[in-house]
Design a protein around this ligand. Structure first.
Ligand SMILES: C[S@@+](CC[C@H](N)C(=O)[O-])C[C@H]1O[C@@H](n2cnc3c(N)ncnc32)[C@H](O)[C@@H]1O
Length: 221
């Protein structure tokens, strides 16, 4: 990843601290809604493989496992991966929790996932890395497989605040974000079958308002 400043704070450290001392509830209405949309789109079947990218504390991964899906939950924060493993153990759910940086190729086989879900975890990378990540998601999905994700949009109140470190990328209080505009999002999805691209406003793990895109797309058959 290349950024304009060489001195970005460690994002693993930022997220480890966030997961230890703050975290999300998984209960914000928009978050619940996106999780349910993903579940509703999953095929019936004996073994339905899904990946939760940037899984955080595992609220979504646990819900997917409870619904009978075979879940691989990926995050680069060792703290969050431990939390997911703990939660899964307590609930007697089988979730493969993997510590991995999404800037690197996904540790998943080609054409192996029926669904990929990424709630607020694809908006941390520069353009080249973002495009590689979307290509990786396409690689691991089966034909017709579903990608459901949310990202911060350029309508977000934090857009333009903090240190600018790249096009539409800002680091605010140690937290790096890439805000997506609709044209940018469109450019990432040209090789996908877009089913729904929806701007929305709400809250995530905070009382502060945020602006997002919620997206449902499919790898073409
Ligand atoms: C806003 S949180 C969302 C967590 C979870 N998906 C949720 O909705 O509750 C962003 C998550 O992405 C993870 N993350 C950020 N950058 C990452 C990267 N380069 N590789 C893997 N995970 C990353 C963070 O550790 C964090 O868990």
């Amino acid at each position: 990843m290349t950024f304009r400043t060489a001195t970005l704070p460690s994002q693993v450290h930022f997220w480890d601290t966030w997961h230890l001392h703050r975290g999300a509830t998984g209960e914000d209405p928009l978050h619940r809604e996106l999780r349910q949309r993903f579940l509703d789109l999953m095929p019936a079947g004996e073994r339905v493989n899904v990946a939760d990218l940037g899984c955080g504390q595992g609220h979504d991964a646990m819900a997917f496992a409870a619904a009978g899906l075979t879940v691989t939950a990926i995050d680069f924060s060792p703290v969050s991966v431990r939390q997911v493993r703990h939660l899964a153990g307590q609930a007697h759910r089988s979730v493969a929790a993997v510590c991995h940086n999404l800037a690197e190729p996904l540790p998943l086989s080609a054409d192996s996932m029926h669904g990929v879900y990424a709630h607020l975890s694809l908006h941390y990378f520069d353009d080249a890395t973002t495009r590689s990540l979307f290509a990786e998601i396409r690689r691991v999905l089966v034909a017709g497989g579903v990608l459901v994700f949310s990202v911060k949009s350029t309508d977000d109140p934090y857009f333009g605040t903090g240190d600018e470190v790249g096009p539409n990328m800002y680091c605010r209080n140690g937290h790096l974000r890439h805000f997506f505009g609709s044209e940018y999002l469109e450019s990432l999805l040209v090789e996908w079958k877009q089913e729904d691209v929806r701007p929305c406003a709400g809250r995530y793990a905070s009382q502060e308002p945020s602006a997002f895109f919620h997206v449902v797309a499919r790898k073409p058959e």
